[in-house]
Design a protein around this ligand. Structure first.
Ligand code: ZN
Ligand code: ZN
Length: 363
């Protein structure tokens, strides 16, 4: 079995913790992963996460009305939203659900578009992103995970350090994930490997295209400068923090709605900004599932876009939530939402298991 298939199968990702990192090994041995899930969140930790993530974002939001009319106009807002969506969906639909987890198959045109769009997020070349993320799933919250907030232990000080590590610190780790081991499928694809190698050029495009559009749209240098500030710099910074929050916040805080072996959680307030990526607990419970917000009412923009692409014939063989597969992992009485493949009637009637509380929902 290849490394690629390994990382998409949650049943074989439970690699035992090694002995190289005493802090991590001790924490894992002292308290097996399942024991941490019902632990109450400490107030101090909540304040910490608020300071590091929410407050800078609120400060940025507060600056918007101050700048309106002289340093920010609706042109900038439109260009920023378009680039936020293009690059964010490139990460969520493309780098993550398609290239890393093979949640669906895509026609060649969509495959290329997703590789380019994801690169515009400036989160690294597609090969690097996929290799790191497959390693994350292989070792999730254990030794070997590139960005676990539980890396240094589970007491307050260790978790403080771990949250900063999971959010940004890991980016400066000199260890580089092996592409040969974790994404040989993409390395073998000449077109994707070429897009990955063209990452520096795509960074320039991501930075300068908003400025060019803003300048031409307003026919002024001022329009180019403000579009560069809001639609390039602010848009990239904001998307970075949202993506990093999946690694930090969504492995520490939030709801455990599905059984998992790690500390991944569903975080509802990040759902729209992250295009559905913050339904991270379901994602770790069933990594190849194309819809992460699988429960009824959980907004998942990327899943809806995959649904549209499927209707248009651009995407196919989509791995929608499978009622039979998820029934045993659901911890509460919530129902699965639309796009769910219902449990076959025959299989359900002969099953000796208790009747599942989940069923195919309407929305
Ligand atoms: Zn993933
Ligand atoms: Zn994760």
């Amino acid at each position: 079995m290849t490394a690629v298939s390994d990382v998409t199968n949650p049943s074989i990702t439970a690699t035992p913790a090694g002995a190289d990192d005493p802090a991590l090994t001790t924490s894992v041995r002292r308290a097996p992963l399942n024991d941490f899930r019902d632990e109450p969140k400490s107030t101090a930790a909540k304040v910490l996460i608020g300071v590091f993530v929410a407050v800078p974002m609120l400060a940025l939001a507060a600056a918007i009305p101050l700048a309106w009319g002289w340093g920010l106009g609706w042109h900038d807002v439109v260009i920023a939203l378009v680039f936020y969506y293009a690059s964010g969906l490139g990460i969520s639909m493309g780098f993550h659900r398609y290239f890393t987890h093979l949640s669906y198959k895509a026609k060649p045109g969509l495959r290329i578009a997703l590789a380019i769009a994801g690169s515009l997020a400036i989160e690294g070349p597609v090969l690097t992103w996929v290799a790191d993320h497959r390693r994350h799933h292989k070792y999730s919250d254990r030794e070997g995970d590139p960005h676990s907030p539980w890396r240094f232990g589970d007491d307050w000080r260790a978790l403080t350090k771990g949250l900063l590590w999971a959010h940004m610190g890991w980016l400066f780790d000199s260890n580089q994930t092996s592409r040969e081991k974790f994404c040989p499928d993409l390395l073998a694809d000449r077109k994707i490997a070429r897009i990955s190698a063209a990452f520096p050029a795509l960074v320039v495009v991501s930075l300068l295209a908003p400025a060019l559009i803003g300048g031409l749209w307003s026919w002024s240098w001022q329009g180019a400068v403000t579009a560069f500030f809001w639609a390039s710099l602010v848009r990239i910074a904001f998307l970075h923090h949202v993506t990093w929050s999946i690694n930090s916040i969504c492995h520490t805080f939030g709801k455990k709605e599905f059984e998992v072996r790690d500390k991944s959680r569903n975080v509802n307030w990040l759902a729209i900004l992250s295009f559905g990526e913050s339904w991270h607990n379901l994602h770790h419970a069933d990594p190849t599932c194309a819809r992460h917000g699988a429960l009824r009412g959980q907004i998942d923009i990327a899943a809806r876009l995959i649904w549209f692409a499927e209707k248009l014939g651009w995407a196919y063989d989509v791995r929608w939530p499978d009622e039979a597969r998820l029934a045993g992992k659901l911890t509460g009485k919530r129902r699965l939402g639309s796009m769910t493949m219902p449990r076959p009637v025959a299989a359900a009637s002969v099953s000796s298991e208790p009747i599942s509380p989940i069923s195919r929902g309407a929305a």
